[in-house]
Design a protein around this ligand. Structure first.
Ligand SMILES: Nc1ncnc2c1ncn2[C@@H]1O[C@H](COP(=O)(O)OP(=O)(O)OP(=O)(O)O)[C@@H](O)[C@H]1O
Ligand SMILES: [Mg+2]
Length: 438
């Protein structure tokens, strides 16, 4: 059996499912209890009571007394049955009872079974049973207390059940909410950490949830320690390398030889690499979150890049998105990421086009170029640190380290997003999207 189709009917949220789990048994128990109880108990009791009342009514009918005498007879007084004549037009044709009166039909059924000459039975309310009989000289009405034929107010059982079930469900819901809250809080903390934010979180709740929370806290601490160590190590090494490099440069400037120029270029390359390592090590943690208008920021970046002599253009800014007055992001980090993408575009292609899309829950900064692009199966590779594709192609394009895309991806992840590489439809080269969900 495949229950997959059931899934689409299940509520997705934890609350929804918990409510379902809570309500389903309650409602089923209510239904079963009411059906069984009403069927067995009320049915049985009512028909027993009605049968014995029927016998009393028959006794009266079979006494042979005319209605007037019957009404005042000892028998009527003892059996507590009122007898009176009624006008023929006042006799209802049909049996009737109230819609909520579910023992009514049973009463009528039993009376009809045992009492002869019955015209109709009326159960107008909770208080009386009225029966109409045909005597030779006109119809007669006999009435008796309703409580003699059925247990009183049987629908109150249901009313009580519904009221208490609702009350209990409400109480259960309050408890449940308190149990679920630690889970949603844990989910929120984990989500924030994934986006590079640290929110206050203290493990709480049921033992299992608390254990999961504790595990999360330990994991978060370890990851943070590792990042810190990586930063320390990389920046330590890079920093320490700087001093001997500076000495080397000084030494080189004293030499008077042809190779000097080449060697100096090598040293400069090394210095540049070290700077990039340092940047990478500092990672996406650069800067604090602040309110920034992405449109304005990208406009500035593109202007700066163009001023530096690159063929780059901002072609459009789309959408109102998360309001013009800005979203929370690390300005310098985002600037770096977009600059890296633009640098790649103008390095591997000739011209670059930048566009910004502001959607309600995401910001996409797209950089397209007219270069060779990256084949689909190498895009993941390109995003990794120190990876440079197609070495022969890159050689005469200056020596990159292979960190540009990795740094940009790091920054995007830190803003709850990612770098998505694709093919540019407009220019034919690479289309690099910097997507974030602030
Ligand atoms: N716009 C592009 N068009 C074609 N290939 C690209 C493009 N951007 C990146 N690549 C390929 O992806 C590789 C990784 O890019 P990345 O920016 O990470 O490093 P890099 O540009 O080589 O060095 P760095 O940016 O650190 O100076 C590049 O070596 C290049 O082969
Ligand atoms: Mg690059």
């Amino acid at each position: 059996m495949d229950f997959q189709w059931l899934k689409s009917y299940m509520p997705g949220s934890l609350y929804g499912r918990a409510i379902l789990i809570l309500l389903l048994p309650v409602i089923s128990v209510l239904l079963v209890v009411s059906v069984v109880f009403v069927q067995r108990h009320f049915d049985g009791v009512t028909s027993q009571m009605t049968t014995s009342v029927s016998r009393e009514v028959r006794l009266m009918l079979e006494s042979g007394l005319p209605p007037e005498e019957l009404a005042t007879s000892q028998m009527a007084q003892t059996l507590l049955i009122q007898v009176e004549r009624v006008a023929p037009e006042a006799v209802p044709q049909e049996d009737s009872w109230q819609w909520y009166d579910f023992t009514g039909p049973i009463v009528v059924r039993e009376l009809r079974r045992f009492v002869p000459r019955l015209l109709s039975v009326q159960l107008p309310d909770d208080d009386f049973v009225r029966m109409y009989f045909l005597y030779d000289d006109g119809p007669v009405q006999m009435s008796l207390d309703r409580r003699r034929v059925s247990a009183s107010n049987p629908h109150q059982l249901l009313v009580n059940m519904v009221v208490f079930a609702t009350l209990m469900t409400m109480i259960a819901y309050v408890y449940l909410r308190n149990q679920l809250r630690p889970i949603t809080r844990l989910a929120r903390a984990a989500e924030a950490f994934g986006k590079g934010r640290r929110v206050d979180y203290r493990p709480a709740g049921a033992v299992e949830v608390k254990a999961a929370g504790q595990a999360f806290v330990e994991m978060r601490d370890r990851i943070e320690r590792q990042i810190e160590q990586r930063t320390l190590m990389l920046s330590g090494v890079s920093h320490d390398l700087r001093t001997p490099l500076t000495r080397l440069k000084l030494g080189l400037s004293m030499i008077d030889a042809d190779e000097r120029v080449d060697m100096e270029r090598d040293v400069e390359d090394m210095e540049r690499l070290i700077t990039e390592f340092l940047d990478f090590a500092r990672g996406a943690k650069q800067g604090e979150m602040e309110k920034v208008d992405p449109g304005v920021l990208v406009t500035q970046i593109v202007q700066d890049a163009a001023r530096a002599g690159n063929a780059v253009e901002l072609i459009r800014i789309d959408g109102q998105g998360p309001s013009r007055d800005g979203v929370m992001l690390r300005r310098d980090a985002v600037r770096r990421a977009v600059e890296n993408l633009i640098n790649n575009a103008v390095r591997y292609g000739n011209t670059a086009e930048v566009s910004v899309q502001m959607q309600p829950d995401a910001i996409v900064i797209c950089v397209e170029d007219d270069g060779p692009g990256i084949p689909e199966d190498q895009r993941d590779e390109a995003l990794k640190p120190f990876s440079r594709l197609d070495k022969s192609r890159n050689q005469n394009l200056g020596s990159g380290v292979g960190l540009g895309l990795a740094i940009a991806a790091d920054i995007a992840r830190n803003h709850g997003g990612a770098i998505v590489l694709g093919e540019s439809e407009r220019l034919g080269g690479l289309r690099a999207e910097f997507q974030i969900t602030p």
